[in-house]
Design a protein around this ligand. Structure first.
Ligand code: SAH
Length: 372
């Protein structure tokens, strides 16, 4: 049997001097240009530096061979490129790598690389923990510790890119790791601006998806950027009664406000919306719920992404049987909903958010399972 393998942590000591240095990846391209020009360097050095880091994958200023030596030293004295460390890597036989990333303050987040045909997709975290409290999700069991910085979000992308051979490039990004990206929107947008910059990772916003529990004012702000990112809304229930049990933040928002904000995003971005629906056996997988979903989604230009629950130790939920998944699917398909049933890749390596961190015993165990 092909079991996942856990690599020992790489020997990658972080220089204690780095703690006093500024994290280069927190700067925008314009801020880096300003820093350089203030010190009398030409503007184009900024693009060269980004190119070295994001495309040539170097980790040291000393390797940036087309920069003058004095500038390399100046950069070295002022900035650090990496502040995080890859703590553990789990590789699954289906081509999925999951990293546990250790932050400078000792916090940990997870990120994943998925290989699928020519696609090289990554799933990235936006917060340490999560405040949304979805009752079936491992990430939020202990609440949220803090927002990630823009640089910490970018570092996950770089650490995952580093797993690829030189001739392979990242093709897609999903902000579906730990945390609620729209609760840390400025930094997420800052990181994605570099991800889509041709001098950064050069990934089209059409290949970048931001997944949210559904925070209407932040969805509107995302729409106001005018950048055509894909929006995925985690719906999980077709009515307020059930949704408020599964996604507690819904109590203050309500499903109609979420759907209306999603509709506005579709209007302004022109991007087809995705709704995510984690299928929990005996909880949200009945024929009634399938029928209600048809009524909500039939008239909308959406893709419904149904994800059978990936069990989390200590939580009372179960993956539905094949038979009930098939029945749920039939109702949606017959109702004219554009639906996709996805088996989570990498489920054998705890690829659902927050699970690797928990299983490594880094977080507290809940005294009782949340709700449900
Ligand atoms: N906070 C954001 C993004 C992070 S969660 C959001 O809510 O969309 C990314 C997706 O994984 C969400 O749809 C979430 O509901 C789903 N998810 C969380 N735990 C899961 C589990 N144990 N099994 C299957 N999907 C899960």
């Amino acid at each position: 049997m092909n079991l996942p393998t856990i690599d020992p942590p790489p020997v990658q000591p972080i220089d204690p001097k780095n703690e006093e240095k500024e994290h280069l990846l927190n700067l925008s391209a314009d801020e880096l240009t300003a820093w350089l020009t203030e010190r009398g360097h030409p503007k184009f050095r900024s693009g060269q530096i980004l190119h070295w880091i994001f495309q040539r994958r170097v980790q040291q200023f000393s390797e940036m061979s087309d920069l003058p030596k004095a500038l390399r030293e100046e950069l070295e004295n002022h900035f650090t490129i990496y502040v995080t460390q890859s703590e553990a890597t789990v590789t699954s036989p289906d081509g999925t790598d999951k990293l546990l990333v250790r932050l400078p303050d000792g916090g940990e987040v997870e990120c994943v690389l998925l290989r699928d045909g020519s696609r090289r997709s990554i799933c990235v975290s936006s917060q340490v923990g999560c405040a949304m409290g979805c009752v079936f999700c491992a990430s939020g069991l202990d609440g949220v510790d803090r927002n990630l910085t823009k640089g910490e979000i970018l570092e996950q992308m770089l650490l995952l890119q580093d797993r690829l051979p030189e001739e392979e490039r990242l093709s897609h990004i999903v902000m579906m790791g730990m945390g609620e990206p729209l609760a840390n929107l400025d930094r997420v947008l800052g990181a994605l601006a570099v991800a889509k910059n041709p001098k950064g990772l050069g990934i089209s916003p059409r290949r970048i998806t931001i997944s949210t529990v559904g925070l209407p004012p932040a969805i509107d702000r995302l729409g106001d950027t005018g950048v055509p990112y894909n929006l995925a809304v985690s719906l999980h229930a077709p009515n307020d009664n059930l949704r408020s049990q599964l996604v507690p933040v819904n109590r203050k928002i309500g499903i109609d406000a979420v759907l209306n904000a999603a509709d506005r995003y579709f209007e302004s971005s022109g991007r087809r919306l995705t709704f995510e629906y984690v299928l929990l056996g005996g909880v949200n997988d009945s024929e009634d719920e399938a029928g209600e979903l048809v009524r909500i989604l039939r008239k909308r230009n959406v893709l419904l992404n149904v994800i059978p629950y990936n069990p989390v130790e200590g939580l009372p939920y179960v993956t539905p049987s094949k038979k009930s998944i098939a029945e749920f699917r039939k109702i949606l398909e017959q109702g004219g909903v554009n639906v996709q049933f996805r088996q989570r890749k990498g489920s054998e390596i705890d690829a659902a958010c927050g699970q690797l961190r928990r299983n490594r015993g880094q977080s507290k165990t809940p005294s009782s399972p949340a709700n449900g």
